[in-house]
Design a protein around this ligand. Sequence first.
Ligand code: AMP
Length: 416
Amino acid sequence: MPASFADLTLSPRLQQTLRELGYDQPTPIQSAAIPLVLAGRDLLAGAQTGTGKTAAFVLPILQLLMAQQAEPAAFRPIRALVLVPTRELAVQVHESVLRYGKETGLTCALVYGGVSIAAQVEALKSGVDLLIATPGRLLDHLRQGALSLANLTHLVFDEADRMLDMGFMDEITALLKQIPAERQTLLFSATCDDNLYALSKILLRDPALIEVAPRNTTAAEVEQRVYAVDGDRKLALVEHLLKEKGYAPALIFSRTRQGADQLAQRLGKGGINALALHGDLSQSARENVLLEFRAGTLQALVATDVAARGLDISDLNYVINLEFPYQPEDYVHRIGRTGRAGNKGLAITLLSPDDAPQLEKVEAVLDTRLPQQWFPGFEPDLTRFDPAPRRSSKGAQKQKARKQALSGNKGGKGKR
Ligand code: AMP
Protein backbone atom coordinates (compact mmCIF):
# COMPACT_ATOMS: atom_id res chain seq x y z
CA MET A 1 0.00 0.00 0.00
CA PRO A 2 1.44 3.43 -0.90
CA ALA A 3 2.79 5.15 2.18
CA SER A 4 2.26 8.74 1.12
CA PHE A 5 0.07 10.98 -0.97
CA ALA A 6 3.10 11.62 -3.23
CA ASP A 7 3.12 7.91 -4.11
CA LEU A 8 -0.45 8.33 -5.33
CA THR A 9 0.77 10.97 -7.81
CA LEU A 10 -1.34 13.69 -6.27
CA SER A 11 -0.26 17.15 -7.35
CA PRO A 12 2.17 19.08 -5.10
CA ARG A 13 -0.55 21.69 -4.55
CA LEU A 14 -2.99 19.13 -3.15
CA GLN A 15 -0.23 17.47 -1.15
CA GLN A 16 0.58 20.82 0.46
CA THR A 17 -3.08 21.28 1.47
CA LEU A 18 -3.15 17.78 2.95
CA ARG A 19 0.00 18.49 4.94
CA GLU A 20 -1.64 21.64 6.32
CA LEU A 21 -4.68 19.56 7.30
CA GLY A 22 -2.39 17.14 9.12
CA TYR A 23 -3.16 14.17 6.87
CA ASP A 24 0.11 12.22 7.12
CA GLN A 25 -0.82 9.30 4.95
CA PRO A 26 -3.71 8.08 2.84
CA THR A 27 -6.40 5.88 4.35
CA PRO A 28 -6.92 2.46 2.67
CA ILE A 29 -9.83 3.68 0.53
CA GLN A 30 -7.73 6.66 -0.59
CA SER A 31 -4.76 4.44 -1.47
CA ALA A 32 -7.02 2.19 -3.49
CA ALA A 33 -9.26 4.76 -5.17
CA ILE A 34 -7.04 7.75 -5.97
CA PRO A 35 -4.77 6.07 -8.58
CA LEU A 36 -7.78 4.43 -10.26
CA VAL A 37 -9.74 7.68 -10.48
CA LEU A 38 -6.68 9.53 -11.79
CA ALA A 39 -6.36 6.83 -14.45
CA GLY A 40 -9.93 7.57 -15.54
CA ARG A 41 -11.52 4.34 -14.36
CA ASP A 42 -15.12 3.93 -13.22
CA LEU A 43 -15.35 2.72 -9.66
CA LEU A 44 -17.66 0.68 -7.48
CA ALA A 45 -16.43 1.30 -3.95
CA GLY A 46 -17.71 -0.27 -0.77
CA ALA A 47 -16.80 2.10 2.03
CA GLN A 48 -18.51 3.44 5.09
CA THR A 49 -18.51 7.00 6.38
CA GLY A 50 -15.42 7.56 8.48
CA THR A 51 -13.05 5.73 6.15
CA GLY A 52 -11.91 8.91 4.39
CA LYS A 53 -14.03 8.14 1.34
CA THR A 54 -14.84 11.79 0.63
CA ALA A 55 -11.19 12.68 0.04
CA ALA A 56 -10.86 9.44 -1.95
CA PHE A 57 -13.04 10.90 -4.70
CA VAL A 58 -12.69 14.65 -4.15
CA LEU A 59 -8.88 14.79 -4.37
CA PRO A 60 -8.42 12.98 -7.70
CA ILE A 61 -11.41 14.75 -9.26
CA LEU A 62 -9.99 18.14 -8.28
CA GLN A 63 -6.70 17.11 -9.86
CA LEU A 64 -8.41 15.98 -13.08
CA LEU A 65 -10.42 19.20 -13.24
CA MET A 66 -7.27 21.26 -12.75
CA ALA A 67 -5.63 19.42 -15.63
CA GLN A 68 -8.52 20.19 -17.99
CA GLN A 69 -8.51 23.48 -19.87
CA ALA A 70 -10.31 25.96 -17.58
CA GLU A 71 -12.66 28.55 -19.05
CA PRO A 72 -12.94 32.03 -17.47
CA ALA A 73 -15.09 31.68 -14.35
CA ALA A 74 -18.35 33.08 -15.68
CA PHE A 75 -18.38 30.70 -18.67
CA ARG A 76 -17.41 27.58 -16.81
CA PRO A 77 -19.77 24.71 -17.28
CA ILE A 78 -20.30 22.20 -14.50
CA ARG A 79 -17.77 19.43 -15.06
CA ALA A 80 -18.15 17.33 -11.93
CA LEU A 81 -21.31 16.39 -10.05
CA VAL A 82 -21.50 14.69 -6.66
CA LEU A 83 -24.96 13.32 -5.91
CA VAL A 84 -25.81 12.71 -2.27
CA PRO A 85 -28.99 11.52 -0.54
CA THR A 86 -29.37 14.17 2.17
CA ARG A 87 -28.87 17.84 2.84
CA GLU A 88 -26.54 17.08 5.73
CA LEU A 89 -24.24 14.99 3.58
CA ALA A 90 -24.36 17.66 0.86
CA VAL A 91 -23.17 20.27 3.36
CA GLN A 92 -20.40 17.99 4.61
CA VAL A 93 -19.11 17.09 1.15
CA HIS A 94 -19.18 20.78 0.26
CA GLU A 95 -17.09 21.60 3.33
CA SER A 96 -14.63 18.88 2.32
CA VAL A 97 -14.34 20.18 -1.25
CA LEU A 98 -13.69 23.70 0.04
CA ARG A 99 -11.04 22.35 2.41
CA TYR A 100 -9.26 20.11 -0.07
CA GLY A 101 -9.64 22.48 -3.00
CA LYS A 102 -8.70 25.79 -1.37
CA GLU A 103 -5.50 26.16 -3.41
CA THR A 104 -6.90 24.89 -6.69
CA GLY A 105 -8.80 27.95 -7.90
CA LEU A 106 -11.72 25.67 -8.75
CA THR A 107 -15.25 26.68 -7.83
CA CYS A 108 -17.83 24.60 -6.07
CA ALA A 109 -21.55 25.03 -5.36
CA LEU A 110 -24.23 23.24 -3.44
CA VAL A 111 -27.89 22.63 -4.21
CA TYR A 112 -30.32 20.86 -1.90
CA GLY A 113 -33.98 21.07 -1.05
CA GLY A 114 -35.74 22.63 1.91
CA VAL A 115 -34.24 26.09 1.37
CA SER A 116 -34.92 28.90 -1.08
CA ILE A 117 -34.01 28.00 -4.66
CA ALA A 118 -33.32 31.62 -5.68
CA ALA A 119 -30.04 32.00 -3.75
CA GLN A 120 -28.81 28.73 -5.22
CA VAL A 121 -29.65 29.91 -8.75
CA GLU A 122 -27.68 33.10 -8.09
CA ALA A 123 -24.63 31.13 -6.90
CA LEU A 124 -24.71 28.99 -10.04
CA LYS A 125 -24.52 32.04 -12.30
CA SER A 126 -20.96 32.82 -11.29
CA GLY A 127 -19.60 29.63 -12.88
CA VAL A 128 -19.16 26.33 -11.12
CA ASP A 129 -16.64 23.53 -11.73
CA LEU A 130 -17.98 21.04 -9.20
CA LEU A 131 -21.57 20.77 -8.01
CA ILE A 132 -22.85 18.86 -5.00
CA ALA A 133 -26.55 18.11 -5.10
CA THR A 134 -29.44 16.09 -3.78
CA PRO A 135 -31.34 14.52 -6.70
CA GLY A 136 -34.76 16.20 -6.25
CA ARG A 137 -33.50 19.76 -6.02
CA LEU A 138 -31.06 19.22 -8.87
CA LEU A 139 -33.97 18.20 -11.10
CA ASP A 140 -35.82 21.37 -10.06
CA HIS A 141 -32.84 23.45 -11.21
CA LEU A 142 -32.63 21.56 -14.49
CA ARG A 143 -36.35 22.05 -15.12
CA GLN A 144 -35.97 25.78 -14.48
CA GLY A 145 -33.04 25.92 -16.88
CA ALA A 146 -30.81 27.27 -14.09
CA LEU A 147 -28.03 24.86 -14.95
CA SER A 148 -26.87 22.38 -17.54
CA LEU A 149 -25.06 19.09 -17.12
CA ALA A 150 -24.21 18.79 -20.81
CA ASN A 151 -20.47 19.26 -20.17
CA LEU A 152 -20.21 16.88 -17.25
CA THR A 153 -17.13 14.68 -17.25
CA HIS A 154 -17.23 13.27 -13.70
CA LEU A 155 -20.22 11.88 -11.83
CA VAL A 156 -20.08 10.62 -8.24
CA PHE A 157 -22.80 8.85 -6.25
CA ASP A 158 -22.02 9.15 -2.56
CA GLU A 159 -23.96 6.81 -0.26
CA ALA A 160 -25.74 5.34 -3.25
CA ASP A 161 -27.40 2.66 -1.12
CA ARG A 162 -29.16 5.32 0.92
CA MET A 163 -30.23 7.14 -2.23
CA LEU A 164 -31.98 3.96 -3.34
CA ASP A 165 -33.44 3.37 0.15
CA MET A 166 -34.91 6.86 0.02
CA GLY A 167 -36.61 6.10 -3.29
CA PHE A 168 -34.53 8.36 -5.55
CA MET A 169 -34.40 5.88 -8.45
CA ASP A 170 -36.89 7.87 -10.58
CA GLU A 171 -34.91 11.07 -10.04
CA ILE A 172 -31.66 9.30 -10.89
CA THR A 173 -33.17 7.94 -14.10
CA ALA A 174 -34.40 11.42 -15.06
CA LEU A 175 -31.01 12.95 -14.28
CA LEU A 176 -29.09 10.42 -16.34
CA LYS A 177 -31.01 11.55 -19.43
CA GLN A 178 -29.37 14.96 -19.06
CA ILE A 179 -25.83 13.74 -18.43
CA PRO A 180 -23.41 12.79 -21.21
CA ALA A 181 -22.88 9.04 -21.58
CA GLU A 182 -19.18 9.73 -22.08
CA ARG A 183 -18.04 10.38 -18.52
CA GLN A 184 -16.29 8.90 -15.53
CA THR A 185 -18.64 7.53 -12.85
CA LEU A 186 -17.82 6.63 -9.27
CA LEU A 187 -20.30 4.80 -7.05
CA PHE A 188 -19.73 4.78 -3.29
CA SER A 189 -21.90 2.73 -0.99
CA ALA A 190 -21.63 1.37 2.54
CA THR A 191 -23.71 -1.69 1.73
CA CYS A 192 -24.55 -3.64 -1.38
CA ASP A 193 -27.75 -5.41 -2.32
CA ASP A 194 -29.46 -6.42 -5.56
CA ASN A 195 -30.80 -2.91 -6.20
CA LEU A 196 -27.38 -1.35 -5.84
CA TYR A 197 -25.89 -3.97 -8.09
CA ALA A 198 -28.57 -3.22 -10.69
CA LEU A 199 -27.82 0.50 -10.46
CA SER A 200 -24.10 -0.15 -10.88
CA LYS A 201 -24.88 -2.06 -14.08
CA ILE A 202 -26.71 0.96 -15.51
CA LEU A 203 -24.12 3.52 -14.42
CA LEU A 204 -20.67 2.01 -14.65
CA ARG A 205 -18.44 0.94 -17.51
CA ASP A 206 -15.92 -1.74 -16.70
CA PRO A 207 -15.65 -0.55 -13.12
CA ALA A 208 -12.79 -1.27 -10.77
CA LEU A 209 -14.15 -2.78 -7.56
CA ILE A 210 -12.72 -1.72 -4.25
CA GLU A 211 -13.84 -2.55 -0.79
CA VAL A 212 -12.10 -1.39 2.34
CA ALA A 213 -14.27 -3.20 4.85
CA PRO A 214 -15.99 -6.46 4.03
CA ARG A 215 -19.46 -5.75 2.74
CA ASN A 216 -22.19 -5.35 5.30
CA THR A 217 -19.85 -5.85 8.18
CA THR A 218 -19.30 -3.45 10.97
CA ALA A 219 -16.09 -1.62 11.74
CA ALA A 220 -13.84 -3.93 13.73
CA GLU A 221 -12.94 -1.34 16.34
CA VAL A 222 -16.57 -0.99 17.44
CA GLU A 223 -17.61 -3.05 20.43
CA GLN A 224 -21.24 -4.05 20.05
CA ARG A 225 -23.47 -4.72 23.04
CA VAL A 226 -27.11 -5.65 23.07
CA TYR A 227 -28.95 -5.08 26.35
CA ALA A 228 -32.21 -6.96 26.74
CA VAL A 229 -34.55 -4.63 28.62
CA ASP A 230 -38.27 -4.10 28.97
CA GLY A 231 -39.62 -1.60 26.45
CA ASP A 232 -40.97 0.73 29.13
CA ARG A 233 -37.56 0.95 30.86
CA LYS A 234 -35.53 1.84 27.80
CA LEU A 235 -35.58 5.60 28.36
CA ALA A 236 -34.54 5.11 31.98
CA LEU A 237 -31.66 2.86 30.90
CA VAL A 238 -30.43 5.41 28.35
CA GLU A 239 -30.52 8.09 31.03
CA HIS A 240 -28.58 5.79 33.36
CA LEU A 241 -25.96 5.00 30.70
CA LEU A 242 -25.34 8.69 30.10
CA LYS A 243 -25.43 9.86 33.69
CA GLU A 244 -24.01 7.01 35.71
CA LYS A 245 -21.79 5.24 33.18
CA GLY A 246 -20.66 8.49 31.57
CA TYR A 247 -21.35 7.26 28.03
CA ALA A 248 -21.41 10.79 26.60
CA PRO A 249 -21.42 12.55 24.28
CA ALA A 250 -23.57 9.95 22.60
CA LEU A 251 -25.34 9.77 19.30
CA ILE A 252 -28.64 8.04 20.04
CA PHE A 253 -30.84 6.60 17.33
CA SER A 254 -34.60 6.38 17.46
CA ARG A 255 -36.72 4.73 14.78
CA THR A 256 -39.34 7.44 15.05
CA ARG A 257 -39.40 11.21 15.28
CA GLN A 258 -41.74 11.06 18.28
CA GLY A 259 -39.37 8.63 19.99
CA ALA A 260 -36.47 11.01 19.38
CA ASP A 261 -38.41 13.98 20.82
CA GLN A 262 -39.59 11.97 23.80
CA LEU A 263 -36.12 10.79 24.71
CA ALA A 264 -34.53 14.22 24.25
CA GLN A 265 -37.19 15.71 26.55
CA ARG A 266 -36.75 12.99 29.14
CA LEU A 267 -32.97 13.43 29.14
CA GLY A 268 -33.39 17.20 29.38
CA LYS A 269 -35.58 16.81 32.48
CA GLY A 270 -32.88 14.57 33.93
CA GLY A 271 -30.35 17.38 33.58
CA ILE A 272 -28.68 16.04 30.42
CA ASN A 273 -28.11 18.50 27.61
CA ALA A 274 -29.84 16.69 24.74
CA LEU A 275 -31.49 17.66 21.46
CA ALA A 276 -33.44 15.76 18.82
CA LEU A 277 -32.52 15.79 15.12
CA HIS A 278 -35.17 14.71 12.64
CA GLY A 279 -36.99 15.67 9.50
CA ASP A 280 -39.70 17.71 11.26
CA LEU A 281 -37.13 20.37 12.05
CA SER A 282 -36.41 23.18 9.63
CA GLN A 283 -33.10 23.12 7.81
CA SER A 284 -31.68 25.92 9.96
CA ALA A 285 -32.82 24.21 13.19
CA ARG A 286 -31.11 21.00 12.06
CA GLU A 287 -27.92 22.84 11.26
CA ASN A 288 -27.96 24.54 14.66
CA VAL A 289 -28.43 21.21 16.44
CA LEU A 290 -25.47 19.79 14.52
CA LEU A 291 -23.34 22.82 15.29
CA GLU A 292 -24.06 22.40 18.99
CA PHE A 293 -23.22 18.72 18.91
CA ARG A 294 -20.00 19.31 17.01
CA ALA A 295 -19.05 22.10 19.42
CA GLY A 296 -19.35 19.61 22.28
CA THR A 297 -22.09 21.45 24.16
CA LEU A 298 -24.54 18.54 23.88
CA GLN A 299 -24.24 15.32 25.84
CA ALA A 300 -26.70 13.55 23.60
CA LEU A 301 -28.01 13.95 20.09
CA VAL A 302 -31.13 11.86 19.47
CA ALA A 303 -31.51 11.30 15.74
CA THR A 304 -33.60 9.37 13.26
CA ASP A 305 -31.78 7.36 10.59
CA VAL A 306 -32.50 9.69 7.70
CA ALA A 307 -31.52 12.81 9.66
CA ALA A 308 -28.28 11.23 10.84
CA ARG A 309 -27.21 9.80 7.55
CA GLY A 310 -23.61 10.65 6.68
CA LEU A 311 -23.00 12.86 9.71
CA ASP A 312 -19.32 13.48 10.01
CA ILE A 313 -18.95 13.72 13.74
CA SER A 314 -15.45 12.88 14.81
CA ASP A 315 -14.24 11.68 18.22
CA LEU A 316 -17.56 9.98 18.84
CA ASN A 317 -17.17 7.12 21.28
CA TYR A 318 -20.76 6.13 21.95
CA VAL A 319 -23.69 5.19 19.77
CA ILE A 320 -26.86 4.04 21.48
CA ASN A 321 -29.74 2.47 19.57
CA LEU A 322 -33.06 2.82 21.32
CA GLU A 323 -34.14 -0.08 19.17
CA PHE A 324 -32.85 -1.92 16.11
CA PRO A 325 -33.64 -0.06 12.86
CA TYR A 326 -36.31 -1.31 10.45
CA GLN A 327 -33.69 -1.65 7.73
CA PRO A 328 -30.92 -3.92 8.98
CA GLU A 329 -28.36 -2.11 6.79
CA ASP A 330 -29.06 1.03 8.83
CA TYR A 331 -27.53 -0.73 11.81
CA VAL A 332 -24.22 -0.81 9.94
CA HIS A 333 -24.54 2.89 9.13
CA ARG A 334 -25.49 3.78 12.68
CA ILE A 335 -22.62 2.10 14.43
CA GLY A 336 -20.23 3.28 11.71
CA ARG A 337 -20.51 6.70 13.38
CA THR A 338 -18.22 5.52 16.13
CA GLY A 339 -14.87 3.75 16.20
CA ARG A 340 -13.44 6.15 13.64
CA ALA A 341 -9.84 6.98 12.96
CA GLY A 342 -8.58 4.10 15.04
CA ASN A 343 -10.58 5.06 18.17
CA LYS A 344 -12.41 2.24 19.84
CA GLY A 345 -16.14 2.84 19.83
CA LEU A 346 -19.00 1.37 21.78
CA ALA A 347 -22.35 0.69 20.15
CA ILE A 348 -25.18 -0.26 22.49
CA THR A 349 -28.54 -1.48 21.29
CA LEU A 350 -31.53 -1.87 23.57
CA LEU A 351 -33.63 -4.93 22.82
CA SER A 352 -37.17 -5.37 24.00
CA PRO A 353 -39.41 -8.34 23.14
CA ASP A 354 -40.95 -6.51 20.17
CA ASP A 355 -37.53 -6.05 18.59
CA ALA A 356 -36.67 -9.74 18.24
CA PRO A 357 -37.45 -9.92 14.49
CA GLN A 358 -35.23 -6.88 13.83
CA LEU A 359 -32.38 -8.48 15.77
CA GLU A 360 -32.58 -11.54 13.56
CA LYS A 361 -32.50 -9.44 10.40
CA VAL A 362 -29.45 -7.53 11.60
CA GLU A 363 -27.69 -10.75 12.55
CA ALA A 364 -28.46 -12.13 9.09
CA VAL A 365 -26.96 -9.06 7.39
CA LEU A 366 -23.88 -9.14 9.61
CA ASP A 367 -23.70 -12.90 9.35
CA THR A 368 -22.88 -13.01 13.01
CA ARG A 369 -24.75 -13.29 16.27
CA LEU A 370 -24.92 -10.34 18.60
CA PRO A 371 -24.48 -11.46 22.19
CA GLN A 372 -27.20 -10.24 24.54
CA GLN A 373 -26.55 -9.03 28.04
CA TRP A 374 -28.52 -7.66 30.93
CA PHE A 375 -27.65 -4.37 32.45
CA PRO A 376 -27.61 -4.77 36.24
CA GLY A 377 -30.68 -3.11 37.70
CA PHE A 378 -32.46 -3.17 34.33
CA GLU A 379 -32.89 -6.92 33.90
CA PRO A 380 -35.91 -7.73 31.74
CA ASP A 381 -39.02 -9.30 33.17
CA LEU A 382 -38.74 -12.68 31.49
CA THR A 383 -42.43 -13.42 31.83
CA ARG A 384 -42.94 -10.43 29.50
CA PHE A 385 -39.88 -11.22 27.38
CA ASP A 386 -41.89 -13.58 25.28
CA PRO A 387 -40.91 -14.34 21.75
CA ALA A 388 -42.74 -12.55 18.98
CA PRO A 389 -44.68 -14.98 16.77
CA ARG A 390 -42.16 -16.70 14.54
CA ARG A 391 -42.64 -17.26 10.88
CA SER A 392 -40.62 -20.44 10.72
CA SER A 393 -39.97 -23.27 13.07
CA LYS A 394 -36.27 -22.53 12.64
CA GLY A 395 -36.91 -19.00 13.87
CA ALA A 396 -38.95 -20.38 16.77
CA GLN A 397 -36.11 -22.66 17.77
CA LYS A 398 -33.65 -19.78 17.64
CA GLN A 399 -35.95 -17.67 19.78
CA LYS A 400 -36.38 -20.49 22.29
CA ALA A 401 -32.62 -20.88 22.47
CA ARG A 402 -32.27 -17.15 22.96
CA LYS A 403 -34.79 -17.15 25.80
CA GLN A 404 -33.07 -20.08 27.44
CA ALA A 405 -29.76 -18.31 27.14
CA LEU A 406 -31.27 -15.21 28.72
CA SER A 407 -32.70 -17.24 31.60
CA GLY A 408 -29.25 -18.62 32.29
CA ASN A 409 -27.75 -15.15 32.30
CA LYS A 410 -27.54 -14.19 35.94
CA GLY A 411 -24.56 -11.90 36.01
CA GLY A 412 -25.51 -9.58 33.16
CA LYS A 413 -22.55 -10.79 31.14
CA GLY A 414 -23.71 -14.10 29.76
CA LYS A 415 -23.22 -14.42 26.06
CA ARG A 416 -25.04 -16.78 23.81
P1 AMP B 1 -15.13 10.57 5.50
O1 AMP B 1 -15.12 9.06 5.56
O2 AMP B 1 -14.85 11.08 4.14
O3 AMP B 1 -16.40 11.12 6.09
O4 AMP B 1 -13.90 11.09 6.42
C1 AMP B 1 -13.87 10.89 7.79
C2 AMP B 1 -12.90 11.83 8.51
O5 AMP B 1 -11.55 11.45 8.26
C3 AMP B 1 -13.02 13.29 8.10
O6 AMP B 1 -13.09 14.05 9.27
C4 AMP B 1 -11.74 13.59 7.34
O7 AMP B 1 -11.34 14.91 7.54
C5 AMP B 1 -10.75 12.61 7.95
N1 AMP B 1 -9.71 12.14 7.00
C6 AMP B 1 -9.89 11.77 5.72
N2 AMP B 1 -8.73 11.35 5.16
C7 AMP B 1 -7.78 11.45 6.13
C8 AMP B 1 -6.37 11.15 6.18
N3 AMP B 1 -5.73 10.66 5.12
N4 AMP B 1 -5.72 11.39 7.34
C9 AMP B 1 -6.38 11.87 8.41
N5 AMP B 1 -7.70 12.16 8.44
C10 AMP B 1 -8.41 11.95 7.31
